[in-house]
Write a protein that binds this ligand. Structure first.
Ligand SMILES: CSC[C@H]1O[C@H](OP(=O)(O)O)[C@H](O)[C@@H]1O
Ligand SMILES: Nc1ncnc2[nH]cnc12
Length: 290
């Protein structure tokens, strides 16, 4: 059994994790560029932790310019085994109210202006994302949320839109009524796909801030409404995260769902046709295979 290292990607409103001990902000460079910010390392209940504010401290990056590949590579490079994404989201369900959390287990990827893979010409790989989140890690998030007294929903489909503008009313209704999405945000894709390519367990905790624009009693979402709910959600997110080390433990067996072996049969390019430059960039992400 090897060691667990928990990585937390903090979304809007979550720019620090003050519960960590031995806190150090470290600069990590990657072959995919510079991550959103320095990464806060430390420990919690004896488990090593890494925290990365997705938009950077001070909210510098828009959803389209978040360096998703650098972020995932940097976490992997630091030794992270399990990634918890905490993100603000709009809700398409009456019962998923502002202030509630949803442990998401499916995505609809509507993003189109982002780099979505570590692989490409010179090293082609196809991983499965049929089940894009890790059930073991999702279960731990659910237990941690319940223990923290948070109203949490088990499972849900997150529609990832490009943004940065919010949806039109027609889009909001279509995502909700025809496509069956439960929540909407702008950042969990390609993050979840990249985590799978990097063989990291990934779970997403979506924190509801609003009803997007479909709800007849709430009108169209405005950023001021979201910001009002963000602070309370961020406090709850920190309470959730602080319970995870005890639930996951310091030792780590192979993922029962195979997240840590996602690349086992995924690389199609023949070894003698692989591009050495790309293979060098894959040192962290696919280091055990290249
Ligand atoms: C603050 S409103 C829109 C913004 O918030 C969410 O960010 P994150 O997922 O990082 O919490 C949403 O996806 C948008 O980027
Ligand atoms: N309604 C919404 N649409 C997209 N991203 C969001 N983040 C928070 N609320 C959102």
């Amino acid at each position: 059994m090897s060691g667990t290292m928990i990585g937390v990607i903090g979304g809007s409103g979550v720019y620090d994790l003050d519960t960590l001990t031995d806190r150090t902000w470290v600069a990590v460079e990657t072959p995919w560029g510079t991550p959103s910010d320095q990464i806060l390392t430390g420990t919690l209940d004896g488990v090593p932790m890494a925290f990365l504010p997705r938009h950077g401290r001070g909210h510098v990056h828009s959803p389209s310019t978040v360096p998703y590949r650098a972020n995932i590579d940097a976490l992997k490079r630091l030794g992270v085994t399990d990634v918890i994404s905490v993100s603000a989201c709009g809700s398409f369900r009456e019962e998923m109210a502002p202030g509630d959390f949803v442990v998401v287990d499916q995505f609809i990827d509507r993003t189109f202006a982002r780099e979505k893979s570590f692989f490409g010409t010179g090293c082609v790989a196809h991983v499965s994302v049929a089940h894009p989140t890790c059930p073991r890690l999702g279960a731990a998030c659910l237990a941690a949320a319940r223990d923290a007294g948070i109203t949490v929903h088990e499972g849900g489909t997150y529609l990832a839109m490009e943004g940065p503008q919010f949806s039109t009313l027609a889009e909001s209704r279509m995502y909700r009524e025809s496509w069956g999405a439960d929540v909407i945000g702008m950042t969990n894709m390609p993050e979840a796909k990249l985590a799978r390519e990097a063989e990291l367990c990934y779970a997403s905790v979506a924190m509801v801030t609003d009803y997007d624009s479909w709800h007849p009693d709430h009108g169209a979402v405005e950023i001021t409404d979201i910001v009002r709910v963000l602070t309370g959600n961020a406090d709850k997110a920190r309470a959730l995260v602080s319970r995870l080390p005890a639930l996951l433990g310091a030792g780590r067996a192979p993922c029962p769902h195979g997240c840590d072996r996602a690349l086992d049969h995924a690389l199609l390019t023949a070894p003698d046709r692989r591009d050495p430059a790309l293979m060098a960039r894959l040192d962290a992400v696919a280091g055990r295979l290249v």
